[in-house]
Design a protein. Structure first.
Length: 402
């Protein structure tokens, strides 16, 4: 049996349970728009001793405790494994520590963060042990091995491997922000795009630590049968697909795909954007036209993940960028996408300026600006429209060169 459900608790394997929480109405995850909600997954491992792997965001503590309570009395927990101290996973820690004498196991880098968040709950008196890559915890019939996963997603991040059942509890790694009553990949349709959106917005800046971590898994010959992240569904049937996708994304692999990302004030920049996109389409390259007021920035980052080239367009407003374009460029810079070529375009009335700022911000984000930007005064006509078409052709050619 793949997943046995008893009153909301799902058994991943004998003595291993999902006891997390479903955030059906969460719509924003620190700037990442989550139209489908999210989950905070906790897992309970029962050997002769018991361990809880990760907790949940604070408002969901009761939901997690009720699920744990269907298996064991939460006060009898022996260990709490903190794979990651970000509050979406550690939010229940103080409440849980009020009910149990469980020992906390955490990485050395996690201690400072734990005390940063929980000093006023008495964390400096909690029973805490430090673990590092290769350390093992024998629960009696269940053995947990710890794997530091530094910067996946914070300095403290860690993943935990249950050796007997070959389940990798991967915390933020391999996650997706979706709320679903299902727990496994084979129960949910088309989950890989959700994982791509999650990767683009959470882990994209950390490709080097990710490649290093995938190397550690290979060196230690860790070949999981299930990858159980702390957000979204558990990978089992599609496990090879998600591992291959992570390798591809971490290596910055792109395809013949172009994005035209823009906002518009009185329609002129939109006319340019349409003209550029149509020229890319006519050149036979996949293109997506994305208005920044109609598409969340996190969705645009998912589309950018495998795009080889893109254009950013803005009208000039008060000598600067249109606000949505500025917002997007700040977000883009933080996520540091790789192996992309880009250019800028936009309209203006008298002073201009937005195109130069876009180019500078793209360069600041480490992106190659391969073509000088195009500014059009007031409205694009005749020759200007032809120049937009030429830019579209150059974007298509850049995508084909990748
Ligand atoms: Fe899901 Fe970095 O927290």
């Amino acid at each position: 049996m793949d997943a046995e459900e008893t009153g909301g608790v799902v058994e991943l394997s004998r003595g291993v349970y999902w006891v997390g929480a479903i955030d059906w109405n969460g719509r924003d995850f620190h700037g990442f728009t989550t139209p489908g909600g999210t989950t905070y997954n906790s897992y309970l491992v029962i050997g002769e001793k018991t361990a809880l792997i990760d907790t949940v965001k604070a408002p969901f503590t009761g939901e997690m405790l009720r699920r744990i309570g269907q298996i064991i009395d939460p006060s009898k927990l022996d260990y709490i494994i903190i794979n990651h101290m970000e509050p979406d996973h550690s939010g229940s820690l103080a409440d849980l520590k009020n009910q149990t004498n469980a020992k906390i196991l955490i990485t050395r880098r996690g201690i400072d963060i734990l005390n940063g968040y929980f000093r006023d709950s008495g964390s400096e008196n909690w029973d805490i042990g430090i673990v590092a890559t290769g350390d093992q915890l024998d629960l009696g019939g269940k053995t947990l091995m710890f794997l530091e996963a530094t910067m996946l997603h914070w300095p403290d991040s860690m993943e935990t491997f249950l050796k007997e059942d070959r389940i990798l509890f991967s915390n933020d790694g391999f996650g997706q922000h979706i709320a679903t009553s299902k727990r496994y990949d084979f129960e949910v349709r088309d989950i890989l795009p959700e994982a791509a959106e999650y990767y683009s917005n959470i882990l994209m800046p950390f490709h080097i630590p990710l490649l290093r971590y995938l190397g550690v898994l290979a060196r230690l010959e860790i070949e999981p049968l299930q990858i159980a992240p702390s957000h979204g569904i558990i990978w089992k049937q599609d496990l090879p697909k998600i591992l291959e996708a992570y390798r591809s994304w971490a290596n910055g692999e792109v395809k013949e795909k172009v994005l035209v990302i823009y906002d518009t004030m009185w329609g002129s920049t939109e006319i340019m954007a349409n003209e550029i996109a149509e020229a890319v389409r006519v050149a036979g390259v996949e293109v997506k036209l994305l208005n920044l007021r109609k598409n969340p920035r996190s969705h645009i980052m998912k589309e950018l993940l495998d795009a080889a080239a893109f254009a950013v367009g803005s009208p000039t407003l008060n000598n600067g960028l249109f606000p949505t374009v500025g917002d997007f460029l700040v977000y883009l810079k933080g996520l540091r996408p790789r192996k992309k070529k880009a250019m800028a375009f936009g309209s203006y009335g008298w002073g201009g300026g937005a195109v130069k700022i876009i180019e500078q911000e793209l360069k600041n984000a480490g992106i190659e600006v391969f073509e000088p930007g195009l500014q059009v005064k007031y409205r694009p006509y005749g020759k200007e429209l032809v120049r937009c078409q030429k830019l579209g052709e150059k974007l298509a050619a850049a995508a084909k060169e990748q």
